[in-house]
Ligand binder design. Structure first.
Ligand code: PHE
Length: 453
């Protein structure tokens, strides 16, 4: 009883891989990975991150795609239908609904940061960074983030770009965007890495990224590495699940997931290799937080030959990466609205875009008029970011993995995965034991219920 998605399907396996990699590769790789690696001391954090991707991320990604392709609906109804198929409690559907909510929340801040990137693209292209110093670069950044009106304008522009693609549907929108932007993104990234390694302090960057020093890693850092694995691979909220629901039946899930996870990790490391050599050779601070690439890189672009071109290309790279991810954040709520509330894709897109745009104002104001309003030292933006990355995504991923590997009947999961017995057993072992236990341990450790470090 093969189901069909009412939204259509990817035209080829490559289209799925590009779209899923487009979802995975985003601000998480180019903006967040470098700055949290900087804040957490480098090598040891990177190593834990890679371990999390391999042992937790990959099996959960396979679980999500599997659930999506078998359910062929929005995350909530896919999980509900599969539970019903195998005679399990339909309450599993709430996991999918939490994912849909996480989509709203993440997209709300994602669009604001992506809006900064769009603004920076125009600034770089317009030559604004020519000759900037550390001080003036900070001022340019503060001038943007501190001005709610300007940020709202860029946030609106980015949200409109995202809605434009989503409204056009799976093959006409999502697939086209990935096919055009992903190859461009890889080319620009390689160019940037070449530049960084050639003219920055490549040796120090390699040491920083790949020489682990475990004294510099805390329990909270381990949780952050795991949260980052979820965030970067787009796991735990149904984005990969909904992309899986458009996957043709004859494509290998395990192999595709492997390609996506490896590409995503490669892009994060390459982004590190593009950025840190420049940061080190200009004696900039690695631990400066969310402003890292926005404050430090323009200084370098302002001094280097062809800096205007490289600067514009870099921020274009960031915009493309964010754009293909934002459409995947929008997809679960949109399909949920279309299927549950029987409205057109266009209306669902408008509604999702409108609500997330409004929520996004919270992030906009976190950097200016509400910057003093903190709870446990966190602004509203910090709060939404850590609630989603460090709590909702790991718990969502935990539940999806338990669902696919414990709750679904063996015949259903193996019937959908259609892989060799060895690969099936390996996936099931990782998804049954390793991923859920690891998520639980890291999580309980970080909230202080158990203590390892
Ligand atoms: N993976 C995206 C990134 O790294 C963010 C994202 C998270 C997208 C969750 C979809 C779902 O930027």
């Amino acid at each position: 009883m093969e189901r069909k998605s009412i939204h259509g399907q990817w035209s080829t396996r490559l289209a799925f891989i590009l779209a899923a990699t487009g979802s995975a590769v985003g601000l998480g790789n180019i903006w967040k990975f470098p700055y949290i690696t900087g804040e957490n001391g480098g090598g040891a954090f990177v190593l834990v991150y890679i371990l999390c991707v391999a042992c937790i991320g990959l099996p959960i990604m396979i679980s999500e795609i599997l659930i999506g392709r078998r359910g062929r609906q929005n995350p909530m109804d896919s999980m509900g239908s599969l539970a019903r198929d195998d005679g399990r409690s339909v309450h599993w559907q709430w996991v999918g609904l939490v994912g849909v909510c996480a989509g709203f929340l993440i997209l709300s801040f994602y669009s604001v940061i992506a809006g900064w990137a769009v603004a920076y693209f125009f600034r770089a292209a317009g030559g604004l960074f020519h000759g900037v110093t550390a001080e003036s670069s900070k001022q340019i950044f503060a001038g943007l983030t501190g001005d709610p009106e300007r940020v709202i304008a860029w946030h609106s522009a980015f949200m409109a770009m995202t809605m434009f693609v989503t409204a056009r549907g799976v093959q006409g929108g999502l697939e086209q965007a990935a096919k055009i932007m992903m190859p461009a993104l890889f080319m620009i990234l390689l160019l940037m890495v070449g530049y960084g390694l050639h003219s920055g302090d490549a040796e120090r960057a390699f040491r920083f990224l790949f020489q682990p020093d475990f004294h510099r890693l805390t329990g909270a850092g381990v949780l952050e590495a795991m949260g980052q694995a979820f965030f970067s691979l787009s796991l735990g909220m149904g984005a990969i699940m909904i992309y899986g629901s458009y996957l043709p039946g004859d494509v290998s899930i395990a192999r595709s997931a492997l390609v996506v996870a490896v590409s995503d990790t490669a892009v994060a490391l390459l982004a590190g290799l593009a950025i840190f050599p420049i940061v080190f050779s200009n004696h900039l601070q690695v631990g400066s937080g969310p402003g890292l690439i926005f404050v430090t890189l323009p200084i370098a672009f302002g001094q280097m030959p062809y800096g205007r071109v490289f600067g514009a290309l870099f921020f274009l790279l960031l915009v493309f990466a964010a754009w293909t991810s934002a459409i995947s954040l929008m997809e679960p709520p949109v399909t949920w609205l279309v299927e549950r509330h029987r409205i057109s894709r266009f209306r669902a897109t408008m509604l999702t875009g409108g609500i997330t745009w409004l929520l996004g104002l919270g992030t906009v104001f976190s950097f200016n008029i509400w910057s003093g309003a903190t709870l446990w030292h966190m602004t509203l933006f910090d709060g939404i970011d850590s609630l989603t990355s460090n709590v909702m995504l790991p718990l969502g991923g935990f539940a999806m993995s338990v669902f696919a590997a414990w709750v679904m009947a063996r015949s259903s999961s193996s019937g959908e995965l259609r892989t060799s017995p060895g690969v099936y057993r390996l996936w099931r072992f990782l998804a049954r034991f390793v991923a859920p236990v690891a998520v639980a341990v890291v999580f309980l450790n970080a909230i202080g219920v158990i203590r390892f470090s």
